[in-house]
Ligand binder design. Structure first.
Ligand code: NAD
Ligand code: LMR
Length: 444
């Protein structure tokens, strides 16, 4: 039977720097994932408009049959939608900057999703993402939401508790970026040529197996490379990679050495080498400053150029791992392909010796009923210890948000591996309470 469905997609966080990449990927892939509508939603209409004006030109030139609109009205945005791609940043770069700089002032890693910075961002993100879920359930109850909004681990734990039956799937592009690198290191065309086993929490996981489609073990070759170079590929591949990411990809070599039986996620550097990270940080110029000077400037500059030229024929925007992954996931759900893809979901036995209520990151088969998790077996002692501690931090952060509890939040900060003691945790927390007063519940 002929399948002539066409889909309606909403990008929530239309003003995100990642939006143009997704638009390009959608427009390039209309033969595999046909669209009838593309919509943007953001609560900052002015920021979104800059991306939307360029997108309107792109859509008109490449797929005039697709209806496009950008709005700040939730009803208009969420009505008649099949897929919501969420990528909001509650508090925007101004608050990200504080997430990074406040801990650094106290000698602790300052990072978007790690440690006190990540927890602070979590307490801002939770209500923002829940609001998007509620809009989707009200106006398009059959839709699926694929959520990139960070910190994904805390957001996933909160949506698991607060909206257990909602069709939200939390995802991350970091392992995808690393698998693209693995494919490049091995000389494969793309990451989909690799079959992998991976387990952990978001930004906190390990590959235990990587094979080609014929079943040949590729781990020995990868390990040899990573032990020397981390995930740094260099050459043309990394021509546009920012400085801080170069350092991160290279540092994976040291992270790998702690457990040579697996390959690590890059974010583990923050947990395993926090003093090194602090020593290599500039408290006055953090990742936010780099993003504003680089990615944000490039994206908004290119949108402005398109609008002024009145054409996007020669645009520099291109698909990347972030955009292709989310579009591949929609396609797997829409066409019930059962493609094996990573997601952040309730454990329920996928890692047998980890709390079944932990939200873990494991491969799943994706079809029209959503993800079906694959069993990854037992975590080794090192991983089990790390995962249990970090998951408790994430659970305490969500407890704190739900109960408005200062003590639970202080416990979360204190338990976190990168914070040296409860006194420093309290100093950071007290600064963060003030900085987040417009976003956090009032803590008791
Ligand atoms: P950005 O600041 O450029 O864009 C975020 C947009 O969200 C802004 O336009 C902002 O106005 C909007 N926004 C904020 N709060 C909102 C709300 N409550 N409702 C609607 N819109 C809201 O951010 P970015 O750097 O492009 O990143 C976007 C998000 O994607 C962040 O959460 C980031 O951490 C996340 N991200 C995730 C991954 C991943 O793999 N999970 C990778 C990259 C980025
Ligand atoms: C970003 O802003 O790109 C992040 O979400 C991840 C990073 O690069 O720090």
């Amino acid at each position: 039977q002929k399948d002539d469905r066409k889909f309606s997609v909403l990008i929530a966080g239309g003003g995100s720097t990642y939006t143009p990449g997704i638009v390009l990927t959608l427009l390039n892939g209309l033969d595999k994932f046909p669209l009838r509508k593309l919509k943007f939603y953001d609560n900052d209409g002015e920021r979104q408009k800059k991306i939307a004006d360029a997108t309107a030109i792109l859509v008109k030139e490449r797929a005039p049959e697709v209806e496009f609109e950008a709005t700040t009205d939730p009803k208009e945005a969420f009505t008649d939608v099949d897929f919501v791609m969420a990528q909001i940043r509650v508090g925007k770069y101004a608050m990200r900057s504080l997430d990074e700089k406040i801990p650094l002032k106290h000698g602790v890693v300052g990072q978007e999703t790690t440690g006190p910075g990540g927890i602070a961002y979590g307490l801002r993100s939770i209500p923002g993402v829940i609001q998007l879920v509620d809009y989707m359930e009200k106006y398009s109850p059959n839709a699926w939401m694929l959520n990139y909004s960070n910190p994904a681990a805390i957001v996933a734990e909160a949506t698991r508790r607060e909206r257990p039956n909602s069709k939200i799937i939390n995802i991350c592009d970091m392992p995808i970026d690393i698998m693209d690198r693995m494919a490049a290191i091995l000389g494969f065309k793309d990451r989909n040529d690799l079959v992998f086993r991976y387990y952990g929490l978001n930004h906190f996981g390990w590959w235990t197996d990587v094979r080609d489609k014929q079943g040949n073990d590729l781990m020995p070759k990868l390990k040899k490379y990573v032990a020397k170079n981390g995930y740094w590929v260099g050459g043309d591949y990394d021509a546009n990679t920012e400085k801080s990411w170069e350092e991160t990809f290279k540092k994976a070599a040291d992270v790998y050495k702690l457990d040579p039986s697996t390959l690590p996620n890059t974010y583990l550097k923050y947990y395993l080498y926090p003093s090194w990270v602090v020593k290599h940080s500039n408290p006055n110029y953090t990742r936010t400053d780099e993003v504003e000077a680089h990615r944000q400037k490039l994206v908004f500059g290119e949108c402005k150029r398109i609008v002024e030229a009145g054409t996007a024929k020669d645009t520099e925007f291109k698909p990347d791992e972030h955009s292709t992954y989310i579009v591949d996931l929609c396609t797997a759900i829409a066409y019930n392909t059962h493609q094996r893809m990573l997601a952040i979901i309730p454990n329920e036995g996928a890692i047998s010796n980890i709390d079944p209520t932990a939200t873990v990151e494991v491969p799943c088969l994706f079809g029209s009923n959503g993800p079906e998790r694959l069993s990854m077996g037992k975590a080794a002692t090192f991983q089990q210890g790390m995962i249990t501690e970090q998951n408790s931090v994430e659970k305490l952060a969500v407890d704190a948000w739900q109960e408005h509890s200062y003590t639970k939040l202080w416990e979360a900060f204190s338990l976190c591996k990168i914070v040296p003691d409860a006194g420093i945790a309290k100093d950071i927390l007290d600064d963060m309470v003030v900085a987040n007063k417009d976003y956090w519940p009032e803590l008791k």
